[in-house]
Design a protein around this ligand. Structure first.
Ligand SMILES: C[S@@+](CC[C@H](N)C(=O)[O-])C[C@H]1O[C@@H](n2cnc3c(N)ncnc32)[C@H](O)[C@@H]1O
Length: 467
């Protein structure tokens, strides 16, 4: 982030705008919404500027002089449209210690004016650090379309109840009280134009006894890694969490989506690093929920696909803790999409099977090889990096063709993604040659011949998809 976002309080304070033309007018319009005392300095002023600000602003008809920045101005805007004149304004302001913005000259600016989305007191500033103003404008348009026009009114409405809420709701329950206001009936009433009903409901809720601590646990699937593959529900719950217990498979992009003030606890789950035993994770979730916290148990992929989500849900139910599961995109479908492999296909795969390649000690994975070797389905192996050689040997011994197409997809959907397009009997060797460390899935079956995309490497010639 090149610029630190901050909001200036300029209400009733002098802001000096040097310039009298179109540029000065545009900046003045933006600033005027925050209620400053505008002072313009220029030898000439456009009629449009006078028409719009003639009654409210002060006009100094004279050439700019460095002493103009020595007064009590809290901000200076250089908008003369003349490079040398703007530079002189910038140096004078810097000399006087007043933050300055120079139109279209970021190198001379102490602050930049972002694209603004405004709904009353709700103001959102968007900056791309000067790198992509068009993208900034597109983001602004999206936000404009997304945010209801009455949102500003809702901010003022909430402001009018601030003192009453502080007096009636104890501090530990306040955040949740406001969350209920903004995501429940009260905001629905207000935003649909029924302000009086919203006010009545607010008063009723304030007079009701506030809930004593009542926690909740959400077991949330984070998907394969790309934050854009999170569900909307998962995102909302991450934004409301008090505490998040997360796995190793949950990457930084997803962690950034968590409410900034929420506590984060790493509970491990890399193959060789069980930083917290499963029973302790259950005990911790129960304890935190009993303290009244909104707990999120955040897991890679989908919690119910090789994720122990079932065991965790049982532990919560046994302890009488209210809980819910939010599904995530599992590695098989996430990697299938990332590598352009359709897991089912009318002509090539009428079923798809997910198995774990995990094995105890030195043994081969304990799977029904005969059933898995049958044609007509796609086999997706999770946790099979260490056992890929054994898996391919067992499948070939059970009758699957050695040259059956196969793909290895490592870190699917993430920037570091690798795809190896190969064949069944080469899987074990390819893991080594391709430097695959995981997490990775193996996709075995005709459809794997279609593997393509970012990070693709071809290692062995597979049988082509049957036409
Ligand atoms: C303990 S399992 C958890 C699976 C997870 N619950 C899911 O639904 O994807 C871990 C395995 O998922 C697979 N996996 C998870 N994320 C992956 C990714 N981004 N790319 C490839 N494989 C992934 C790997 O096989 C890894 O060993």
């Amino acid at each position: 982030m090149r610029y630190f976002p901050a909001f200036f309080d300029v209400k009733d304070k002098p802001v000096l705008i040097v310039g009298g033309g179109e540029l000065a007018l545009r900046k003045a319009r933006l600033l005027a919404k925050a209620g400053p005392r505008l002072v313009f300095v220029a030898t000439e002023f456009d009629d449009a500027l006078i028409a719009e600000f003639g009654q409210s602003a002060e006009f100094l008809h004279k050439p700019f002089a460095a002493v103009d920045t020595d007064g009590d101005a809290v901000l200076v805007i250089a908008a003369t449209g003349d490079a040398d004149a703007d530079e002189a304004v910038a140096f004078a302001a810097k000399g006087a210690g007043v933050p300055v913005n120079v139109v279209d000259r970021p190198e001379l600016c102490d602050f930049v004016v972002p694209s603004i989305v405004e709904r009353g007191d709700l103001a959102i500033g968007i900056s791309t650090g000067g790198n992509a103003p068009v993208l900034g404008r597109q983001v602004r348009e999206k936000l404009e379309a997304l945010l209801p026009q009455r949102l500003g009114g809702l901010v003022s409405f909430a402001g009018s109840f601030r003192d009453a809420v502080t007096a009636k709701v104890e501090p530990a329950l306040r955040r949740r009280f406001w969350e209920n206001v903004f995501s429940g009936t009260i905001s629905d009433l207000f935003l649909s134009g029924r302000e009086a009903d919203a006010r009545e409901e607010m008063v009723a809720q304030l007079n009701r006894p506030q809930d004593s601590a009542k926690g909740f646990v959400h077991i949330v699937g984070a998907g394969p890694g790309d934050p854009e593959l999170l569900t909307l529900k998962a995102l909302r719950i991450l934004q409301e969490a008090d505490i998040v217990l997360h796995d190793a498979l949950v990457g930084n992009g997803i962690m950034e989506m968590i409410r900034r003030d929420a506590e984060r606890v790493y509970v491990g789950k890399k193959k060789s690093d069980h930083s917290m035993p499963q029973e302790d994770i259950g005990t911790l979730m129960v304890k935190l929920a009993r303290e009244g916290k909104r707990v999120v148990r955040l897991k890679g992929g989908d919690p119910f696909i090789f994720g122990r989500g079932g065991e965790e849900l049982e532990a919560l139910k046994a302890a009488g803790i209210p809980a819910a599961v939010v599904p995530g995109i599992t590695a098989a479908t996430g990697c299938g999409a990332a590598a352009s492999v359709p897991l089912t296909h009318r002509d090539h795969a009428q079923a798809v099977t997910f198995v774990t390649g995990h094995a105890k000690g030195d043994t081969d994975p304990d799977l029904n090889w005969q059933a898995l070797a049958d044609l007509g389905h796609t086999l997706v192996v999770y946790m099979g990096v260490g056992t890929a050689g054994a898996i391919s040997r067992n499948l070939v011994d059970a009758g699957m063709a050695a040259q059956t197409p196969a793909a290895i997809i490592e870190k699917g959907s993430l920037p570091e993604q690798k795809i190896i397009r190969t064949r069944l009997d080469s899987l074990g060797a390819d893991i080594v040659t391709g430097g695959i460390e995981g997490p990775a899935v193996l996709i075995i079956g005709d459809v794997a011949a279609a593997a393509d995309g970012r990070g693709l490497v071809d290692l062995a010639e597979p049988q082509r998809m049957r036409a």
